[in-house]
Design a protein around this ligand. Sequence first.
Ligand SMILES: *[C@@H]1O[C@H](CO)[C@@H](O)[C@H](O)[C@H]1NC(C)=O
Ligand SMILES: *[C@@H]1O[C@H](CO)[C@@H](O)[C@H](O)[C@H]1NC(C)=O
Length: 403
Amino acid sequence: MGSKLLCLVLASIVLAYYVYSPIPEDSEEHWKVMLITATFKTFRNLAGVAEYLGLMHYMDVVTLIGTMQYVAPMSDENVIVTDTEFNNVTVRLYLPRKASDGLRRAVVYFHGGGWCIGHVGMKPYDLLARWTSNTLNAVVVSVNYRLAPKYRFPIQFEDVYSVTKFFLQSSVLSQYGVDPDRVCVAGDSAGGNLAAAVAQQLSEDPEVKTKLKVQALLYPALQVLDLNLPSYQENENDPILSRSLTVRFWSEYFTSDLSLREAMISNRHVPVESSHLFQFVNWSNLLPEEMKKDHIYISPTYGSSKLAQKYPGFLDLRAAPLLAGDAQLRKLPRTYILTCEHDVLRDDGVMYARRLQAAGIPVTHDHAKDAFHGAMAFISFPTELAVGRRLLNRYIEWLNENL
Ligand SMILES: *[C@@H]1O[C@H](CO)[C@@H](O)[C@H](O)[C@H]1NC(C)=O
Ligand SMILES: *[C@@H]1O[C@H](CO)[C@@H](O)[C@H](O)[C@H]1NC(C)=O
């Protein structure tokens, strides 16, 4: 077993270099980006080989990227950090030590990782939450929702929703000294997906009296209807988040059934009965000219209705918030959206920003031309990137001004 694993590691490192793809020309700090992308590739290849040999589930290998970076909840001179449970879901809680004139702001944060990997204890997430709490003098609730493949949609959504609802109760807010008028949800990637879905569902939930002040969506995934958007085509082989890995994450969110993944790979998973939903992801209307470039809009190809009957999750707003109608969008709070040029999910965020603006929601849309998916996770040694710091500072500055 030991030597088999060693062979696997070696084989996948060789493979990592073999399949090396050029990184974007305008990205800073090339060697670090190369180190990062080589590491990601190695894990992905390792995962692929381990799965092929029947040794481990693909996601169990990719998860190791997060496990290696685990840090225990540890208070520092500025913030008190504890792991606890809200409504039976584990959360990591960050309480500032600084005195406060009045009630504090609060951020409920959902980490990324394709609904399959990631943890509140991953060093970059712990740092981000700590930094948010200290800089904004805010309470931060970072949610450790359950993951696929063990738990499927809608468990991930339900976990983050029940934590948010629990926290928004006035008795809980007052216990932590939080101002009910200054609470937000935020998240990156799959966490941005969950944050957008939570904000939508909260706006329609008669049981929730406290409304969110803002939502902040960092390179979020927002739809799984069209997996051939221009951003998917341009960044198909992105080293951090390739198209095939994105499809894998999406399909694992709903099922292990290969037929769904294969249908998604060929972008033929949506049945004709759902054709009306394509208006909400029609990039030929919703993308600005500079992002359409010379891409040509092709009408959707429809798939079997059996898949959608079996796995209705992929057409569900709680998984695909971009499919919400305008009336629902109009109920949303002020919004921050970050998109990165080198990211398959770029167009999801761009189209959501466009639709929210059209619905009259105040939106700040920052588009980072030199950044790639997940850039904000690279804010600590040995993989600290200037671009990650810059995006982080901008996001915190926005929260400081708007929350
Ligand atoms: C939490 O989980 C325990 C054990 O699984 C269960 O008995 C309890 O009812 C749950 N509480 C809530 C609030 O869901
Ligand atoms: C998408 O938009 C284009 C251009 O406005 C239009 O021709 C096409 O019919 C639309 N397709 C769908 C499925 O909404």
